[in-house]
Write a protein that binds this ligand. Structure first.
Ligand code: ATP
Ligand code: TZP
Ligand code: MG
Ligand code: MG
Length: 266
């Protein structure tokens, strides 16, 4: 059975500590996919929510001291209970506070996957790449090689998104083609993807299956975007955003198999 169908069947609980911009979009996107979102931020409860979840998504898009404390508490609890953790280091490299916060989180929480744009991932692992606010800046380095270095350094899956997406465990690397540039005009497209990867990891078990599940999540997300764009062409990002949520619910495993363009790098 595809990981997509397993998510829809098992409806994993995904605990999100995310940013103020994208909470509603993230919850609706997870519901559309068939997962079960919970947003919980209070230091008093995050450890308890994390331990009963299928996956935890940590996103530092609007960081402050309380959010960072909650991220660390949730991450440690997830680690203690074998719950997969996805981290989105939004804006790492944009300010010293964000860079230092992201590096602290990867030191103190064992990740299952790091998901960011190329600049964020580079800055988390101490390499430099231009960044403009929360959006990746220009650069011409080897993205796949950066992802592999980051995965080896952090000991987790690394997903770098952009025109093409790269996912690697440091040994095996896939490039996932597809998606649509209009996703860059929808705030939270990257953030929701982190939660979607979490839902796929929640049903994947340990080991190599996680890499395959993450690659399938990327292909699924891209296919939903392509179908949504085709259905709303010329109507702009607002209509696209609504249709994209529809497609997260409607894309079938058969469509996914047909549309997925997953290339294994040698
Ligand atoms: P940024 O901070 O740079 O906006 P992000 O965190 O929003 O990044 P993206 O890299 O935009 O995340 O990735 C979100 C989704 O959009 C992914 O599925 C990715 O494949 C897709 N995407 C981004 N840019 C393009 C593009 N030019 N063509 C096709 N798909 C894209
Ligand atoms: N500002 C802080 S977090 C955020 C903005 C605009 C959302 C970023 O979302 P994404 O998914 O990285 O585009
Ligand atoms: Mg974006
Ligand atoms: Mg982002």
């Amino acid at each position: 059975m595809s990981y997509l169908d397993q998510v829809r069947e098992r409806k994993p609980l995904v605990h999100n500590i995310t940013n103020w911009v994208v909470t509603n979009f993230t919850a609706n996107g997870l519901l559309a996919l068939g997962a079960s979102p919970i947003m919980a931020y209070a230091r008093e409860e995050v450890a308890d929510v994390a331990k009963i979840s299928g996956a935890v998504l940590l996103n530092m898009g609007t960081p402050d001291a309380a959010v960072v404390e909650s991220i660390l508490l949730a991450g440690r609890s997830a680690n203690a209970h074998g719950v997969p953790v996805v981290f989105d280091p939004v804006g790492a490299g944009a300010t010293p506070y964000r860079t230092e916060t992201a590096r602290r989180i990867v030191r103190e929480v064992r990740l299952s996957a790091l998901r960011g744009n190329v600049a964020e991932v580079a800055n988390v692992v101490g390499e430099s790449w231009a960044i403009k606010g929360v959006d990746a800046g220009a650069g011409d380095g080897d993205v796949a090689a950066l992802a592999v270095r980051a995965a080896k350094r952090l000991g987790c899956l690394v997903v770098i998104t952009g025109k093409d997406d790269v996912v690697t465990d440091g040994e095996t690397t896939y490039v996932v083609h597809g998606g649509h540039p209009i996703l860059t005009q929808v705030t939270g497209a990257g953030c929701l993807l982190g939660s979607v990867i979490g839902a796929f990891l929640a049903v994947a078990g340990d080991g190599a299956a996680r890499l395959e599940a993450a690659a399938e999540a990327l292909a699924f997300y891209g296919a939903a975007a392509e179908l949504a764009f085709a259905a709303t062409e010329g109507r702009g990002p607002g209509s696209f955003q609504v249709e994209f949520l529809n497609r997260l619910a409607l894309v079938t495993s058969a469509e996914l198999r047909e549309m997925a363009a997953i290339e294994k790098l040698a």
